[in-house]
Design a protein around this ligand. Structure first.
Ligand SMILES: [Zn+2]
Ligand SMILES: [Zn+2]
Length: 274
């Protein structure tokens, strides 16, 4: 089993990132990545994202696909990272038909629960869901949605930032209930539906300063034999490959020996963590 330095969650200016795919791939080469999955936010229906601020516009999808395929070829010809075509797909009721249409050709589909009803749970400019429901109820609803997303026929390859509901825990919105039963449900849902889960270093760049998922949740995933991927969720070149080495050490400490890595041809490879 070989080791690959892989960042499985990367954004560009096709969605809400700051930099072009070319700039991200150049940064990936500079960071010594072997594989990077471009996972811009998949197109959303107008009711959810009326101005297409946060997701790839439908009319830009062909260019997004073409850019990634061309840059994968160019990058590899220069000894740079393999670049995998992917999307970060929001789960919401009725998303499956949209995902099938808009993500055609993708080799990686991250499943994310950012939305509960019409509320975004990770928008620092709008914490109204926390003010209205409180953190405990956000957690309960989040886990219900997350388990439904695991069960979705969209068949997500990876569940991204699994405990996103902790996003504002250091900014006045910590859960006060015991999360253990919710963690148990998440591990069971991921296991029974055959999902992978992501270790994300994005949380290390937030005030709570920890990984998604928290250690106690990661250990439950490990006990349930749920495979992992590792990603930075970079939206800038500066954050690409952010602390992937630390995340691999975190996975080893939680009892993992391997991470799953996607390839441009759609194959997945089980790789050593060190
Ligand atoms: Zn996300
Ligand atoms: Zn993301």
């Amino acid at each position: 089993m070989r080791f690959l330095n892989a960042d499985c969650h990367v954004h560009s200016d096709y969605s809400d990132g700051d930099d072009t795919i070319l700039a991200m791939v150049e940064a990936g080469a500079a960071a010594g990545l072997d594989v990077m999955a471009m996972t811009d936010h998949l197109t959303l229906p107008k009711e959810i994202d009326p101005t297409a601020d946060v997701s790839v516009q439908e009319r830009a999808l062909p260019a997004y696909r073409a850019d990634i395929l061309a840059l994968d070829h160019l990058s590899r010809s220069k000894g740079g990272p393999e670049v995998v075509l992917g999307f970060e797909c929001d789960w919401y009721p009725g998303c499956e038909e949209h995902i099938a249409r808009w993500s055609a050709g993708a080799k990686v589909r991250l499943g994310s629960v950012h939305l509960l009803g019409s509320w975004w749970i990770d928008d620092a400019d709008d914490l109204s869901i926390y003010e209205e429901l409180g953190a405990d109820e956000v957690w309960r609803r989040y886990v219900d949605a997350w388990c439904a997303a695991c069960e979705s026929p969209a068949n997500f390859d990876v569940m991204a930032h699994p405990d996103l509901a902790r996003r504002f825990e250091a900014e006045g919105w910590p859960a006060t209930i015991d999360l253990a039963p919710l963690y148990d449900r998440m591990a069971e849902a991921a296991h029974s539906t055959g999902r992978r889960v992501e270790i994300s270093t994005a949380g290390l760049r937030k005030p709570f300063d920890d990984y998604y998922p928290a250690r106690a949740l990661l250990e439950r995933f490990r006990a349930a034999e749920v495979p992992i991927t590792i990603g930075s969720d970079a939206h800038t070149t500066a954050d690409l490959a952010y602390r992937l080495d630390a995340a691999r050490a975190y996975a080893l400490e939680a009892g993992y020996a391997t991470q799953d890595v996607p390839h441009a041809d759609g194959e997945w490879e089980t790789c050593a963590l060190a």
